[in-house]
Design a protein around this ligand. Structure first.
Ligand code: FE2
Length: 669
């Protein structure tokens, strides 16, 4: 007679427990156990509990290979799903083996779990496990398939609605409830104030403060106070929600004929534009990719989006200030170069048009496409290519938590025709066209922060906290990934032999980067270093980069005059014709403004079941080495968090978006 001790943990989230019967069968290299009901005295499988059961066999099963778990109905009661976290089995020989589960199991469902150390395909030495691995991948590939959202964009998952998604990638019930509650609360508040759906025009800037008077943030209040200031305008191109646009400018584009005379008054006394360019103090935001993108109709007319050029100067006080703005690509008399010395409302309007185009670019490209959609492509490739016992699956799956759900939901709400993003000046079709243009130029290098910063010539610009914190995070993630990957791939030989790893990168190249060699995305891996860099980029994108472009949306978007996704009037074509009234007529109406602010609110919210960078509450690795590496990763993140807090205590505007304590471990909003 042999006894196997099974410690079974039920999840601690709402409704995780079940009253149904649970059966378990153990499979070993020398036989299998009886199908045994797990039944202790009293109620089993209560939420957040760990209970111990015994499974008896006539003799040892040899090496323990697989565990089958079945959830049978208790017919008297309606379906209650069970969230099984993990099982730890102690064999008669004294081996203690972890079987991670971490998923919902429905009535009548049978789940097979692999346990023990992470295994690559070429290491499998037992026929049962080889067969199981093949079957698992076959099933996953039939579940998770690629679908085209629009030609020229990264492909997406095949589920049309969140209700169709498999349990392992669904939102928890508590998260769904919380979001719904937040949406209702926001909707009721705005309706109560008579703002939602109102086609009225704002009468004054003061009126706009009514939107979320009780729910503003310190920074959203700051924005509402300082939005007119040029140095705060420049600051936002470095440290607000779209920090990946401006570049150092050593030569003016030919279509931006700024003269020495125009900008001389704004430069250091005695200096010149040419000299400041040589010193590396001139920067440019060039929106040429917006040129010619069709906009949506509005009240019988067509809306306008700037495809402008904005020149910035890093002044002797280390402040980045805009010094010249042209709102279209082709210079002409109707396309004047606006200057800080122009009448105040002309200059404000010019800045507003640049910012509006920048925010559309932010939502469509830098936020949705470069983080949400790319993360989805990485997630689908991971689900299709790796079995759950694979070390890279164990490493990466936590970084895709809820991403398929939030993207599928977002495509049916925010991005759908008629959704909040579709009421932007570009509308749905324009947004897709902008994404398509941008994606055709997106490179792997752009997604790697150290290369991104160097390519834009921003290595030394002062007060660039996105860069400072981002590079430190990149290095911390890189060290962690290096430790894990080198542990499982001691040489390039293992990389060559791992057909699943090669299939994974090939799927990403083919379906994520659409086979575009010019993107620089690898189609296969030759060396360990290449694997480390790519996985670092994946984790950085799904954590830090998303936090940088997502978390400040309410801070910077809720005050419409600071920048908005919709402008109702065309850009000014002459100087001296505008007034505050023109700005009010140009800004979105009351209903549109509050829709954008409500969206920003929902997307910047903190939810109770968030998991922060490096937390890994699900225990997926069974070996001591990766567990230790996770601890070291967490310690490094904690040091960085402290350093950022110390730095922020000295700043007028603390930069918190890349504080590891504020970065989620995956894209969930
Ligand atoms: Fe997001």
């Amino acid at each position: 007679m042999a006894e196997y001790k099974v410690e079974l943990t039920t999840g601690d989230m709402q409704h995780a427990g079940t009253l149904d019967h649970i059966y378990m069968t153990l499979f070993g290299s020398q036989g299998q156990s009886e199908r045994t009901e797990l039944d202790n005295y009293g109620i089993d499988f209560k939420t957040g509990t760990t209970e111990t059961y015994t499974i008896k066999t006539s003799s040892s099963l040899g090496k323990l290979l697989l565990v089958k778990v079945e959830k049978d109905p208790c017919f008297l009661l309606k379906e209650d799903e069970w969230y099984c976290s993990k099982m730890v089995v102690t064999t008669p020989e004294g081996d203690v083996i972890l079987f991670p589960c971490y998923r919902w199991i429905s009535r009548g469902e049978l789940v097979e779990l692999r346990g023990g150390r992470a295994m690559k395909v070429f290491e499998e030495d037992h026929a049962l496990l080889i067969e199981h691995r093949e079957q698992e991948l076959k099933l996953k590939k039939s579940f998770y398939q690629w679908k085209v959202l629009a030609e020229g964009l990264p492909q997406i998952n095949n589920f049309n609605d969140t209700s169709e998604l498999p349990a392992e990638v669904r939102f928890s019930k508590s998260r769904s409830k919380e979001i719904l509650g937040e949406k209702r609360k926001t909707g009721i508040e705005l309706q109560f104030k008579g703002l939602l759906g109102s086609a009225e025009q704002w009468e004054s800037f003061e009126d706009m403060k009514k939107i979320f008077c009780c729910r503003s943030t310190t920074l959203s209040d700051y924005v509402a106070e300082h939005w007119k200031e040029d140095d705060f305008y420049g600051y936002q191109f470095l440290n607000a929600i779209n920090p990946n646009v401006i570049k150092r400018c050593s030569e003016l584009p030919r279509n931006f004929p700024v003269t020495e005379q125009m900008v001389k008054p704004f430069l250091e006394k005695g200096s010149s534009l040419r000299r400041e360019m040589q010193k590396g103090n001139i920067f440019l935001c060039d929106q040429k990719k917006m040129d010619g993108i069709p906009t949506r109709p509005y009240n019988g007319e067509t809306l306008h989006v700037a495809s402008g050029l904005c020149l910035f100067y890093l002044n002797p006080d280390n402040k980045l200030i805009p010094i010249a703005i042209q709102l279209h690509q082709r210079p002409s008399e109707e396309n004047p170069i606006f200057l800080p010395s122009d009448p105040e409302t002309d200059w404000l309007l010019a800045k507003l048009f640049i910012k509006s185009a920048d925010l559309i670019d932010h939502e469509a490209v830098h936020h949705l496409m470069n983080t949400h959609f790319l993360a989805e492509a990485f997630a689908v490739a991971t689900l299709r290519s790796f079995p759950v016992i694979h070390p890279i699956y164990k490493l990466l799956f936590p970084h895709f938590r809820y991403t398929l759900f939030v993207n599928t939901d977002g495509r049916n709400t925010l991005l759908a025709p008629g959704g909040v993003l579709a009421i932007s000046s570009l509308g749905y079709d324009g947004m897709i066209e902008l994404m398509r243009r941008s994606f055709s130029e997106l490179t792997y290098s752009t997604l790697c922060l150290p290369e991104n910063i160097t390519a834009r010539g921003l290595e030394s610009i002062p007060n660039f906290y996105y860069r400072d914190d981002g590079l430190k995070l990149w290095n911390i993630i890189y060290s962690f990934v290096t430790a894990i990957v080198e542990y499982y791939y001691p040489s390039d030989c293992e990389v060559h032999k791992d057909a699943e790893l090669q299939e994974w990168i090939c799927e990403i190249f083919t379906h994520g980067f659409l086979g575009n060699k010019a993107s620089g995305c690898p189609a296969c891996f030759h060396a360990v270093d290449e694997v480390i860099k790519f996985i670092t980029m994946v984790i950085f994108t799904t954590t830090a980069q998303h936090a940088a472009v997502n978390n400040g949306q309410f801070d910077y978007l809720s005050w419409a005059p600071n920048g908005t996704l919709l402008l109702r009037k065309p850009p000014p074509t002459t100087k001296g014709q505008s007034s505050t009234k023109t700005i009010m007529e140009t800004l979105p109406n009351v209903g549109e403004t509050v829709s954008f602010a409500a969206m920003a609110r929902l997307l910047s919210e903190k939810y109770n079941d968030m998991v922060f960078l490096g937390a890994y509450p699900d225990e997926r690795f069974d070996e001591p080495a990766p567990k230790q590496m996770i601890k070291e990763f967490q310690a490094e993140l904690s040091y960085l968090s402290e350093a950022i807090a110390t730095r922020n205590s000295e700043l007028e505007i603390p930069y918190t978006y890349l504080d590891p304590n504020q970065i989620e471990n995956s894209i969930t909003i």
